[in-house]
Design a protein around this ligand. Structure first.
Ligand code: GLC
Length: 740
């Protein structure tokens, strides 16, 4: 039962229900549609999920055509490419499918900060860092909207967990809000101009985001200049009148009850019509740009073959080579591979929930390796396929299509089987996979954040057998979010982080394993030594408060997705999230933010700066040389260490990055960077102002947040007021925030 389905008893308006009936089945599988007013020449707009590709029903009753869409790599993988041009190309392909399948707005990109590794929807989001988040989201928005369709950046804002997401009150300082949780959205709004923004389910400092005039008008419109319209998340918030006043123009999916309450409020003088006029104007300004209004004759035949090539390439570009001992990769003189792990036979293309895609296929690892000319060791494959078949037969039925499927227990490999495989094959591949999605967070337990005992045994037994035979072992991580690696990574020869790479998964992985693509991905999130090292581990996902409501439990679906247990979470770690914490507090990590290996090596040298003073900007360049013997690409990351002053600061923050073109062995490319006053600034709560404090700044150009290759300093002679913002979203109470 769809908890969002409008109920007739809520609104006695036959014309409304006739209209609802008329548009209800436009583009089956769409998440929602805006109202249509035929007599006024106002068409509906069809709104579809999601961040990894258009999500619509692949089949339609009585229609022999199919409506499959391309499952692109997850946002976390795209961010790991550090390549905004690549992300834009994915957006163009995705936007073309939105256009050709007759939709008007895609409900993405998802871009909440990855505050804690256990958030179930991290796969839909980009990074722990706001700059990467904003730049990737802006590139995606520009790519999609270049096709004449709209986007909806989400979930605005501070929606960093799934637990009690419809009610949780997020208590966070103004500075952490501005510098971390809102900054990515600001960049996306100002550099991408998204047609729409989707407010989130949660509260910020006591107010539902969809009811917050501070957030949706003072910050989004007055401070940032947003020009489109704001929609709720589905069923988000409580008070439609407050939502109208806040500047949440559109209520999705919309209900008769909300309409009645708004009409009643106008009649009682509690809501001025001019407020509604503004909301409607914001919506119509976007409808006027939509394909529906333009009368675009969609083909229902996007070029899925061409888009498959886009996703295959993008996935390979975002994979991260974490370890490559004994030059295990790229495979050479490898003809037959033994593959192990349930994940090897069940590759996960993306996460679950509204961020899922109904794609026509996912290329398996076996197909990918065979397409690349390799064969698979038969005996070990057969035994594992039998194991999977038996396990699947016992799996509980999926409650809802939205929920992650039950986990198939890992295969318990016998040493004899591993030894036999080691005799027959030239190398071994072990896939560790994880899946999560909307409506639930992950757990810091074995089988989730940590490997299960069976997975560890699998790696140990297979590695022991293949190493005894003088052969190499590669672990492939097919995951949507961070897991623990430090306790087992020394066992295999190599570790490739493939993330959830979209529908061309097996081909993209094979392209990297065989060296057709030289991996150039870098982590956009930290892999900690253990979960408890994460600064938000102490307070994630917050606490549940006494439930004084008389609410009767809803349907299982409502309880799973809309359960309304009062809750709160305090962001005590404040501005120290991710590498900002680990570098400032010198906490060792397994793999640092910005880390990633290549099949070649690079030298970063010759930092040349415009001057030692900051005079309105600071320009510099560095040279990147391919010092190895394989063509490859490098990412230069620029971190800034600001002087201590009135405001405490993290040890460093990312202020710029650039990826080289494919450099041939011996080739050098010069990368140019310009730092602006905003890059130097911190947010001062006392004056609601971005200020750059005077003193010496250190520029660090490196290939990870810890691997710095070139440094320079410049002086800012006096404090600089960079930008004045409005006072907004002040916490209701004092927060004890983490300080070094
Ligand atoms: C969901 C999600 C949102 C999605 C919307 C429509 O609850 O939170 O990301 O776009 O509803 O499906």
């Amino acid at each position: 039962m769809n908890p969002f389905a409008p109920k007739k008893e809520e609104l006695n308006d036959s014309a409304y229900w006739v209209m609802v009936e008329k548009i209800r089945d436009l583009v089956p599988g769409a998440a929602g549609r805006t109202a249509e007013f035929e007599s006024l020449g106002i068409p509906t707009n069809v709104l579809c999920d999601g961040p990894a590709g258009l999500r619509i029903n692949p089949m339609r009753k009585g229609d022999s055509n199919t409506y499959f869409c391309t499952a692109f790599p997850i946002a976390t993988l795209l961010a790991s490419s550090w390549d905004t041009a690549l992300v834009r190309s994915v957006g163009e392909a995705m936007g073309n499918e939105v256009l050709e399948y007759g939709a008007d707005v895609i409900l993405g990109p998802g871009m909440n900060l990855q505050r804690n590794p256990l958030c179930g929807r991290n796969f839909e989001y980009y990074s722990e860092d706001p700059l990467i988040t904003g730049k990737m989201a802006a590139a995606m928005v520009r790519g999609i909207q270049s096709q004449g369709v709209g986007t909806s950046i989400k979930h605005f804002a501070v929606n960093n967990q799934e637990t009690n997401r419809n009610t949780v009150n997020t208590i966070v300082s103004e500075r952490a809000l501005r510098e971390l949780y809102l900054e990515g959205f600001r960049i996306a709004v100002q550099e991408g101009q998204p047609w729409t923004v989707m407010s989130s389910y949660n509260k910020i400092n006591g107010a539902y985001t969809s009811e917050s005039h501070d957030l949706l008008t003072k910050i989004l419109r007055n401070d940032w200049g947003f020009k489109g319209y704001v929609m709720t998340d589905w069923g988000g918030g409580k008070d439609p009148v407050a939502q109208m006043k806040a500047g949440n123009d559109l209520l999705m999916p919309g209900s008769g009850k909300q309409i009645s309450e708004i009409i009643q409020a106008v009649k009682e003088g509690k809501l001025e019509e001019k407020v509604l006029d503004k909301n409607v104007e914001n919506i119509l300004n976007i409808v006027l740009k939509s394909p529906k209004f333009r009368g675009y004759a969609n083909s229902n035949k996007p070029d899925l073959k061409a888009h498959a090539e886009v996703t295959r390439k993008a996935a390979a570009e975002g994979m991260v080579l974490l370890k490559n001992g004994n030059n295990a990769l790229p495979f050479s003189n490898i003809k037959k591979v033994a593959i192990f792990g349930v994940g090897s036979f069940n590759l996960i293309s993306g996460g679950t929930g509204s961020g899922d895609v109904n794609e026509a296929y996912t290329v398996s690892l076996v197909q990918g390796l065979e397409n690349a000319g390799l064969s698979i060791e038969e005996k070990s494959m057969k035994e594992q396929l039998d194991h999977i078949q038996k396990a699947k037969a016992k799996q509980p039925k999926q409650l809802f299509f939205f929920m992650p499927p039950a986990v198939i227990p890992e295969f318990s490999v016998k040493p004899a089987l591993a030894s036999a495989a080691a005799q027959n094959a030239d190398a071994a591949l072990i896939t560790i996979s994880r899946i999560s999605g909307e409506g639930a967070d992950r757990k810091a337990e074995k089988g989730d954040f940590y490997l299960s005992d069976e997975e560890v045994n699998l790696i140990k037994i297979v590695s022991s057998a293949f190493h005894a035979a003088g052969k190499k072992v590669v672990v492939v991580l097919n995951i949507g979010g961070v897991i623990e690696t430090a306790s087992w990574r020394d066992i295999p020869d190599a570790v490739l982080l493939a993330w959830q790479p979209g529908q061309e998964a097996g081909n993209s992985i094979a392209d990297v394993l065989l060296g057709k693509v030289n991996p150039s991905g870098k982590l956009a999130c930290t892999f900690p030594m253990k979960y408890d090292d994460v600064p938000s581990a102490k307070n994630f996902p917050g606490i549940e408060l006494p439930d004084t409501s008389t609410r009767k439990p809803g349907s299982p679906l409502e309880e799973a997705f809309l359960r309304a247990k009062p809750a709160e979470v305090v962001y005590e770690e404040d501005i120290f999230v991710g590498y900002r914490y680990f570098t400032t507090f010198n906490v060792p990590v397994a793999y640092e933010f910005g880390y990633g290996l290549s099949y070649t090596t690079f030298d970063v040298s010759n930092l040349v700066a415009s001057s030692g003073q900051f005079a309105g900007k600071y320009e510099f360049s560095v040279d990147v040389k391919n010092t190895g013997n394989t063509p490859g690409r490098e990412v230069v990351q620029v971190y800034l260490s600001a002087p201590a002053g009135k405001l405490v600061k993290p040890a460093e923050k990312l202020v710029a990055f650039a990826k080289t073109s494919l450099l041939q062995p011996g080739e050098t490319q010069t990368l140019h960077f310009v730092l602006t006053p905003r890059d130097l600034a911190s947010f001062d709560e006392a004056t609601s102002t971005w200020i750059a404090e005077k003193g010496n700044y250190e520029v660090r150009a490196g290939v990870s947040s810890l691997d710095i290759r070139q440094k320079a300093t410049f002086e800012l002679a006096k404090n600089l007021t960079v930008e004045k913002n409005t006072k907004a979203l002040v916490p209701e109470r004092e927060i004890k925030v983490l300080r070094p």
